[in-house]
Design a protein around this ligand. Structure first.
Ligand SMILES: Cc1ncc(COP(=O)(O)O)c(C=O)c1O
Length: 388
């Protein structure tokens, strides 16, 4: 049987990982500035994470949500403390799309409304509602099309106020990434998030903070929306939550009350996933990784801004992007194949950095030095080939 061929692949097989490095099947080491797409939060195969999962595996990996699962409560408690949202409620699921799907659905259950505001260049996942609020028609199947979603320009306060004035009482929710990831590292302005909070309060709409990529400490705060000093009604979380173990969830403000049967999932919140997620929170707290993300992120941002050839260096914490001019269009490939460094990208010409929150100054310098050399080689058309 063949694999369903939906991913454009780099011809590399990664077979081992530790901290901020991964190794291919030939033993070649790569610096991971991509974090497997913002997933690796505490570092690959962190010993505490491995031990927690192994210990849990010996006891029980899964039993359904038809019984009390004490480790879910332990996770909720720890998550409340670390995120500062102790009075919120936790619903556990399995992926970012599922988290957003549940958030949008819950908002509609809550206020009985149908309209959703999303923003240009947003990405919220590939399931039916999540993809409907994603601004990329090429991944929206005809069956996902709906008139319930409107896309407004990001950070356009006037357009937002105008839409709320005209349709305020029909709007169920506003869904927004604090920092757009797939869209190319675009920051929602603090004042824009504050305006969303105010308009949602005035109209009874639900503010959904998609924190699947920009959350879990990556921005230098637990949620990137925290930089704006606002509380969302629902936060969605996934990528960094399990450090590679599939686990996701939504944090729900206390005024949104549950009803039996309202949401549900078979695998969500299983014991093994909770053990992985707990170890991630323990390591984030013990190793002060949110402070590290802030510090290392600022160091990378400052250093990148000093490089003349990079355009629009932007980001917060360890969620960083910059535009690459046409003469450096092969930069990402060169970094990967000649310098053995993984980075992320966004179309058409953005390089994204999403490393582990445990990245050190040495890792950052290793990347910055390689970047400088790679740029120099591409500019001087040095004969060193991009050996893709
Ligand atoms: C902001 C955001 N939301 C949702 C998703 C979807 O997450 P998943 O692929 O786990 O369904 C992603 C994935 O890249 C994302 O970046």
């Amino acid at each position: 049987m063949k694999l369903f061929d939906v991913y454009p692949l780099n011809n590399i097989a990664i077979t081992k990982a530790s901290g901020s490095y991964v190794w291919d099947e030939n033993g070649t080491r790569y610096l991971d500035m991509y974090g497997g797409h913002a997933v690796i939060s505490i570092g690959h195969t962190h010993p505490r994470w491995v031990a927690r999962i192994e210990e849990q595996l010996e006891k029980i990996a899964f039993y359904s949500n038809s019984v009390i699962i004490p480790i879910q409560k332990e996770l909720a408690e720890k998550l409340g403390k670390l995120s500062g949202k102790e009075n919120y409620q936790l619903f556990l699921c399995n992926s970012g799309a599922e988290a957003n799907e549940n958030a949008l659905k819950l908002a509609s259950f809550y206020n009985g409304r149908k309209k959703i505001i999303a923003f240009n260049k947003s990405f919220h996942g590939r399931t039916s509602l999540a993809v409907a609020v994603t601004d990329n028609p090429s991944i929206v199947a005809p069956v996902n099309e709906t008139d319930n979603v409107v896309f407004l320009p990001l950070n356009d306060a006037e357009a937002l106020v105008e839409y709320f004035s005209a349709h305020g009482k029909e709007i169920s929710s506003v869904i927004i990434e604090g920092i757009q990831g797939v869209g190319g590292i675009n920051l929602a302005k603090d004042s824009f998030l504050q305006l969303i909070r105010q308009l949602c309060d005035e109209s009874g709409a639900v503010y959904i903070a998609d924190s699947v990529q920009c959350g879990y400490g990556r921005s230098g705060e637990f949620f990137s929306h925290d930089h704006a000093g606002v509380n969302a009604d629902i936060y969605t979380m996934a990528k960094g939550m399990g450090n590679g173990f599939p686990v996701a969830g939504i944090l729900i403000a206390p005024h949104i009350q549950p009803k039996h049967g309202m949401l549900g999932t078979t695998f969500g919140g299983n014991q093994l996933a909770c053990a992985a997620a707990l170890s991630v929170l323990e390591v984030i707290a013990d190793e002060q990784l949110i402070a590290n993300a802030k510090e290392m992120g600022q160091y990378l941002l400052d250093s990148l801004r000093n490089m003349d050839d990079l355009q629009s260096v932007r980001g917060r914490g360890l969620m960083i992007g910059f535009d690459v001019p046409a003469e450096l269009k092969d930069l990402k490939k060169k970094l990967l194949f000649d310098y053995k460094i993984f980075t992320g990208e966004a179309k058409p010409n953005v390089i994204r950095l999403l490393p582990s929150l445990a990245i050190t100054r040495e890792h950052a310098d290793e990347f910055l030095n390689a970047l400088q050399e790679a740029i120099h080689e591409l500019k001087t058309k040095n004969t060193v080939p991009v050996s893709a």
